[in-house]
Design a protein around this ligand. Structure first.
Ligand SMILES: Cc1ncc(COP(=O)(O)O)c(C=O)c1O
Length: 435
């Protein structure tokens, strides 16, 4: 459907009726939104004709860019044949073949696929799988979780319970379930952080169902990166203490950090792996992969089944797209492209590090981030990143920040010219926001 209304009407209708995610109502009412009419490759266009480079792949989804022709073709073809049927008592080729293809590329040892319909529900079901598996293995007291400070695993209540970003968690602090938050293993305090986590797991192993982490990089916390050895040491620690290890690859998976799975940096296989976002790229869907051991805990009578399932889980369009995504990764050597482009991001952030008002920078794969000097309430509620965002808009880039942290997470297939332009606009905008 093409846009038929005038730009101004769309903004007015929106202001009157739409409640936007992660958005302060007061701030929204004061700013002029981008009104997107189409998207292609690494950019989208406003109704007024302005082209914006998509600095965060539209919340990290468009790893293959917008409107990849192969994905559009599959979308059309699958929609015409079989758009939706529930996965209850039914199967179909897209769901069955996708599971096989996922297991072929997943860390060795994962063998079963549970379909969900977004990243949060991939995590939500992982939580339920962990608790029910322990109950059915005769350890019903193992109901608690350990996650990291700064963790973000989505917005359903289970995912919120695991979350460690205070501002997202605070309104629900009285109703979330029991999750202990452990220190983030930053490079300068790694040994101390790991020792604390090891002590927590050893002390609480009889009540802990699982340790849950975003592998290698915490996205919403501000693109915080940790060393691969943390994953291998956690794998060992959880195995030794009979605690499940859940890895949430919703953000870091699909090549974002330079490996197909962020887990691959450490060569580890978790007990449970959560996928979403780039997984199906054009429509909401996700998947939770488990080992045979975990799956076996659900065998037996009717009362041992996993009574869980979202209406659109295994949706044929989403599954067909997810298969095509994997095929494109193979045919276009997408992960190898990251290796070639990552140095450009690193070099730009090294330059940005020297700008006034920039406190520290980091980059890995197709992610680069800079913490600006705290402003306003600071952290996620800070204003510094939003000043850069406004400057970026004037220059043709969409640079939605995480409060005082600005970052880029462009499509993995972005061309060199667009990548350089995006990085140049960020650099310019950081400079201009200080003037
Ligand atoms: C690591 C991680 N897990 C889970 C989610 C939730 O995914 P969704 O927004 O599709 O529910 C996100 C979203 O940003 C994420 O970054």
């Amino acid at each position: 459907m093409t846009t038929t209304r005038a730009r101004r009407d769309i903004v007015d209708l929106d202001r009157a009726r739409v409640w936007h995610p992660y958005t302060s109502i007061d701030a929204w009412e004061k700013t002029e939104p981008i009104v997107v009419t189409r998207a292609e490759g690494s950019a989208f266009w406003d109704a007024d004709g302005t082209r914006y480079l998509d600095g965060n792949s539209s919340w990290w989804v468009a790893a293959l860019g917008h409107g990849h022709p192969r994905l559009l073709r599959v979308l059309r073809e699958q929609a015409e044949v079989l758009a939706h049927v529930s996965l209850a008592g039914v199967t179909h080729e897209p769901a069955a073949a996708l599971a096989e293809e996922l297991i072929a590329v997943a860390p060795r040892g994962l063998s079963r696929v549970f379909y969900t319909d977004n990243g949060s529900s991939s995590v939500e079901v992982a939580v339920k799988i962990a608790v029910q598996a322990w109950r059915q293995r005769g350890a019903p007291k193992k109901t608690r979780f350990l996650a990291l400070d700064g963790a973000f695993h989505g917005d359903t209540l289970g995912a919120t319970s695991l979350g460690g970003v205070d501002v997202f968690r605070r309104p629900f602090a009285d109703i979330v379930f029991d999750c202990v938050h452990a220190p983030f293993p930053s490079a300068d305090a790694y040994e101390r952080a790991f020792a604390t986590i090891a002590a927590m797991v050893e002390r609480d192993k009889d009540t802990l169902a699982a340790v849950v982490v975003e592998p290698i990089v915490q996205g919403a916390a501000g693109m915080r990166v940790y060393e691969p050895r943390f994953l291998s040491e956690l794998r060992e620690l959880t195995r030794k203490n009979d605690v499940l290890f859940i890895v949430d690859e919703v953000f870091a998976g699909y090549g974002r950090t330079g490996r197909m799975w962020a887990c691959d940096h450490a060569g580890v296989t978790p007990d449970v792996m959560c996928l979403g976002k780039a997984f199906s790229s054009l429509v909401p869907m996700g998947a939770t992969l488990v080992t045979e051991d975990v799956f076996d805990a659900f065998r037996g009578g009717k009362d041992r089944a996993l009574y869980y399932g979202h209406t659109f889980c295994g949706n044929p369009i989403g599954a067909a797209l997810a298969r095509e995504v994997l095929a494109i990764y193979r045919d276009e050597a997408v992960v190898a492209q990251v290796e070639a482009k990552a140095p450009r991001i690193r070099a730009a952030f090294d330059r940005i590090a020297a700008l006034p008002g920039v406190e520290r920078v980091r980059s890995i794969g197709m992610i680069g981030a800079a913490d600006l000097a705290p402003s306003g309430a600071g952290g996620y509620l800070g204003d510094a990143g939003w000043r850069v965002y406004e400057e970026g808009k004037k220059r043709g880039a969409y640079l939605r920040p995480l409060g005082d942290t600005v970052y880029v997470c462009p499509p993995l297939v972005i061309g060199d010219a667009d990548l350089d332009a995006l990085l140049g606009i960020l650099e310019e905008s950081v400079r201009a926001a200080r003037r």
